[in-house]
Each structure stands twice: as structure tokens, then as C-alpha cells.
Design a protein around this ligand. Sequence first.
Ligand code: PRP
Ligand code: URA
Length: 207
Amino acid sequence: MAIQIEHPCVQHKLGIIRDIETGHKRFRELATEITKFVCYEALKSIKTKEITVETPVAAANCRQIDTDIVVVPILRAGVGMLEGILELVPTARVGFVGLYRDEETKQPVTYYERFPRQINGGTCIVIDPMLATGGSTVAALDLLKGSGAEDIVVICIVTCPEGIALVEAAHPDVKIYAASIDDKLNEKKYIVPGLGDAGDRLFGTSH
Ligand code: PRP
Ligand code: URA
């Protein structure tokens, strides 16, 4: 299942991050800001437990997050969303998956993986700004589940129906949260209208 975050603050920022005139400094800031909003929504039904806290006046019944949160950026562009998650969940642990999409075949190539042991029993958040064909996300989910993760959500900035369908077919238990579900992929497997090459725009590189 894929959920688009309709909040006006997210949609406003999305309009700016998409803009070809937005430079890498502002792009990075917006990636952080948008991620924070999308993550806020994605963690809405996270496991909590009841606790009692003494205020200066009386005892208050409160709720405390009751799961280890492990955030897993897909290198490289996923790193651009890490700060946004850590601002919201400062105690999150961080694992990494190194994947790039082969320019010719458009298939993901894995070059690195390192996960905290808390993926077993914890809640994993896979982050990548672009879920295009879905190949990279499916590969990351395969690696995580192969290492024992069971409770996983995916957060991206932009996705499209083709990518959602691939992830749903391979991992129907994993929810996808996005600032936008765009129209389609083009012949180069870029999201349309998308925002271009997210890694290049985040880090100021170009092909
Ligand atoms: C981009 C993006 C995703 C992937 C999406 O990464 O950040 O990881 O492509 O495409 P897919 O859904 O079709 O697999 P890229 O391969 O450009 O590597 P980078 O993060 O190093 O720039
Ligand atoms: N990777 C990107 O960075 N952008 C796309 O539109 C597709 C894959």
C-alpha cells in the first residue's frame, strides 16, 4: 500500500524541491524538511506503552515509544533524508544499504550492507528519495528481511505507480509513504514529472 501525504506544508515544499532552479543547498534543506513531515505520518501507529510521569502537580498517564527504530538509507541519495528522520527520532539506530541503478540495465547493483542487530524485533524505516522502478527498494527489502527484519516501512519523496506495483508484488506487507505519487516513468526510467536525479541534486554532482 502507498500513502501520499496531502498536507499543504508538504505539497508546498514539494513544489520548490521539484523546481529546476532550486540549487543543492536548498534542495538538501527541503529533503530534510519534507522527510520529517512524511516520517511523522509514517510513524503514526508505531508501538507505544503506557507510563506514568510525575508532573509538578500530579501523576500523568503518558505514552512512550516501545520499539527500537532503525533507519536504513539507501546509498547514496537516501543519506539526504537521514537528518530529517534523526531530528524526529534522535535515538534511531542507522543501518546502510549501498545500491546503485546500473545505467544500462536499470537494475540495482548492491555494493554494501551493514545493519544494527536491532533490525530483529525493531521497526525499520527504509529511506530513498526516489522509488522509480522499485528495483532498488525491493533489493533493500530483500537484504533487510534476509537479515531478520520483519516490521519495515518505506519513506520516499517521490514515487510512481510502476514502482509501487513492484514493491507491492514482492513485499505486500510493507507500506510506502511518499510526498507524491507521480504519473509514470519515462523511457530512461526517470519519474515524470519527478525532480530529476535526486543524488546529483542533493550532492551537487552531475553526469
Ligand atoms: C536512484 C535513487 C534510488 C534509485 C531509484 O539512485 O536514489 O536509489 O535510483 O531507482 P529504482 O527505483 O528504479 O531502482 P541511483 O542509482 O541514481 O544512485 P545514487 O543514489 O548513488 O545517486
Ligand atoms: N533516480 C532518480 O534520482 N530519479 C528518478 O527519477 C529515477 C531514479
